[in-house]
Design a protein around this ligand. Sequence first.
Ligand SMILES: Nc1ncnc2c1ncn2[C@@H]1O[C@H](COP(=O)(O)OP(=O)(O)O)[C@@H](O)[C@H]1O
Ligand SMILES: [Mg+2]
Length: 316
Amino acid sequence: MTTHHPRMDILSRRIHLITGKGGVGRTTVAAALAVAAASRGKRVLLTEIGDPEGGFSAIGRKFGREHLTPDPEPLGPSGLRGCHVWATRGHELFAHSVVPAGPLIRAALRSRTLRKFVAAVPSLYELGVFYHLLALLQAEHADGGPEHEVIVADMPATGHTLALMRLPEILLDALPDGPIPRYMREGQAYLNDPAKGVAWVVALPELLPVTEALDLIDGLRETKVEPAGVILNRMPDDPFDPEERRELAAILAEQPMHGALGFQQMGASCEAGKRLRAGTDVPIIELPDLPEPADGRPSALLSELCLRLADLMETT
Ligand SMILES: Nc1ncnc2c1ncn2[C@@H]1O[C@H](COP(=O)(O)OP(=O)(O)O)[C@@H](O)[C@H]1O
Ligand SMILES: [Mg+2]
């Protein structure tokens, strides 16, 4: 079953947060959305939130590289760059903006002890991530426009994402006026304005993931981040209409045969999709379940998903 989706105004938004449970295809969807936006002529930055020294980069691997750095680098497709959003970089940038004593601060922030401390104070970690993201949003291109017209962020696990989004309000309540509240307000101007920043919830068409997606939509709304839509990923291709489906179900009940499991899964995915539609009014975009690429390289999968997403984008 292919659903026709109306065109959406995706490209005018500066920042897209790709959220959802691990394993649903968050990284794949983030990469496909970024490639799609770049193919529509935007200067796009695809970011991954985390520690660039902590092993490989999931985003990097979609483009045949093991690592990303905190500085944007070309990723291959024209117009697309990628980087890590890194709390430590955020702390450095922030420290710089407050006290112009660069090297000293850098040395201090890179020390192991301090990093342990930073990791143990949750909002301090998030503060760094937030500030690095803000700096990337505010970076200017030589033409006077933004260096990164569209930023797509592969977000961390749901709990971390919501903690990050709650940060501005918490700090604005807790701190007297000063540099931190000031940049929190600047951040809010992007993230709490649906014309500038939105979140996408990636989900699989199964019962539990759909329930989790609905909870996440509520969670995002509580943090005043607009859920622009659910991306229902890995929707199996379903060639049957409801009548055929009933007939086939009756036959399979009498005579179990090869393929019955796939048919049941198709039905279950359909039900999960219906439940999602009944549970929310946000737009739902279906992406197909594609065969794993034989050569183990994600590029074929990525370009197929990218085509579907680019198709939805209203040109601005
Ligand atoms: N639409 C799809 N069709 C087929 N395989 C997919 C699809 N989306 C994601 N995958 C595969 O599912 C696995 C998990 O995807 P990934 O994007 O890494 O998930 P997450 O970032 O949510 O943990 C990867 O092997 C990826 O290639
Ligand atoms: Mg991932």
